[in-house]
Ligand binder design. Structure first.
Ligand code: NAD
Length: 367
């Protein structure tokens, strides 16, 4: 049987530096755990624009559709700020998400004990926190029609439309319930059914899917504004939060910052199952290309490495390997080995991106 395939798209800025550390980890699993991947690498974002005049070539897009998972670093940078909208680096990323139809965006908010002091909340509220936000990614207010700025009665009117079909809600709800079954078996669905018809439909469909196929999972509903409040009041009450595109944008950023640094945050975007049963999938750190530190060996590779751990778990069913990798990251932090973004004002000397990757591999080797 052939190895599972991975397309690596490092992109721009620190994307290239953090991905180099992920490559080392992939090699380690191949050499030491007989977990081998067929890895190919290609260009996206500014790097693709420099080489081909487009942020994503058709050939790379076709490759992304064929592989078992895509791992992306980051795109963008000041060099590309003045480009036409159609060829900006971000368009490459958006094209991947759209054409792969990645409707379910998974954003974990996990607080490693060693970093509990980095949260803006009290340590006891966040220590041990482990929640997952499932955000619908391809519909809702950011895509609904009509949209635009129109003139009515001699003044401009800005219009966006919150629109969801039953099938769009159904498929992302299933994704959240499936995920909950691998975790603590709880889903809290958030919308505004008190004031929005799309929220009423959202609540109905989530309830129907639950009753039909996932009655073993504990389901609760919350209005999204109350959910935001609860997220900062008592975040540990949640396991999986299921929500739409707009509310998910806000709630996932809020939840993420409960845990400290951008350099620690992975994400996954999943689509429909392919013929081999694996979902279409792209994994990427939440952070951008960080032009302020690029090329200086200062980036924290953990977010990208933890994104690969998500790929192991959600695309390749290698939960044990994923846990091994996550534990290695946690142990490195517990030993006080930190990149600059994780240093306290009073604390020690930061290690560089490469040394952080090496320290994680040393922990893997010692496991
Ligand atoms: P950013 O995430 O690149 O950086 C924000 C701040 O966090 C910077 O100070 C940076 O040094 C720091 N930071 C980010 N990741 C880090 C890491 N791994 N280790 C250490 N420090 C880290 O966001 P920005 O500055 O707003 O955007 C820079 C460029 O990245 C822009 O062109 C933007 O469009 C692009 N961007 C891309 C993505 C993506 O590819 N998914 C996401 C966000 C921004």
């Amino acid at each position: 049987m052939s190895n599972p395939s991975l397309l690596i798209l490092p992109g721009d800025g620190i994307g290239q530096e953090v991905m180099a550390e992920v490559r080392k980890i992939i090699d380690w699993f191949g050499e030491n755990r007989d977990l081998k991947f067929d890895v190919s690498e290609d260009l996206v974002g500014g790097a693709a624009y420099d080489a081909h005049g487009t942020p994503l070539t058709d050939a790379t897009m076709a490759k992304a559709q064929e592989v078992d998972a895509v791992l992306l670093g980051a795109v963008g940078g000041p060099k590309y700020d003045d480009l036409d909208f159609a060829v900006k680096p971000e368009r490459g990323l958006l094209r991947l998400r759209k054409e792969m139809d990645l409707f379910s965006n998974l954003r974990p908010a996990q607080c490693f004990d060693a970093l509990a002091d980095f949260s803006s909340l009290k340590k006891d509220l966040v220590a041990g926190l482990d929640i997952m936000i499932v955000r619908e990614l391809t519909s809702g207010s950011y895509f609904g029609e009509p949209r635009g700025i129109f003139t009515e009665d001699n003044q401009r009117v800005g219009i966006n439309t919150q629109r969801y079909t039953e099938s769009e809600i159904d498929r992302v709800a299933r994704s959240a319930f499936e995920l909950a079954r691998r975790r603590n078996n709880k889903v809290c669905s958030m919308e505004k059914a008190n004031v929005m018809e799309s929220g009423i439909l959202w609540r109905d469909v989530v309830t129907e899917v639950h009753q039909a196929d996932y009655a073993d999972v504990e389901l609760s509903h919350m209005y999204a504004d109350a959910g935001a409040m609860q997220l900062v009041r008592a975040p540990k009450q949640f396991d999986v939060i299921l929500t739409d595109n707009l509310f998910g944008d806000l709630l996932s950023d809020t939840a993420a910052m409960l845990t400290g640094s951008l350099g620690m945050l992975p994400s996954a975007s999943l689509g429909a199952p392919m013929e081999n049963g694996r979902p279409k999938a792209m994994y990427e750190p939440v952070h951008g290309s960080a032009p302020d530190i690029m090329g200086q060996d200062k980036a924290n590779p953990s977010a990208c490495i933890l994104s690969f751990a998500m790929a192991l778990r959600y695309s390749f069913d290698e939960g044990d390997a994923a846990t091994l990798l996550e534990t290695a990251v946690e142990q490195v932090l517990a030993k006080g080995i930190r990149t600059g973004d994780l240093m306290q004002a009073d604390g020690g000397t930061p290690v560089g991106c490469k040394a952080m990757g090496d320290a994680i591999i040393a922990e893997l080797a010692a496991s």
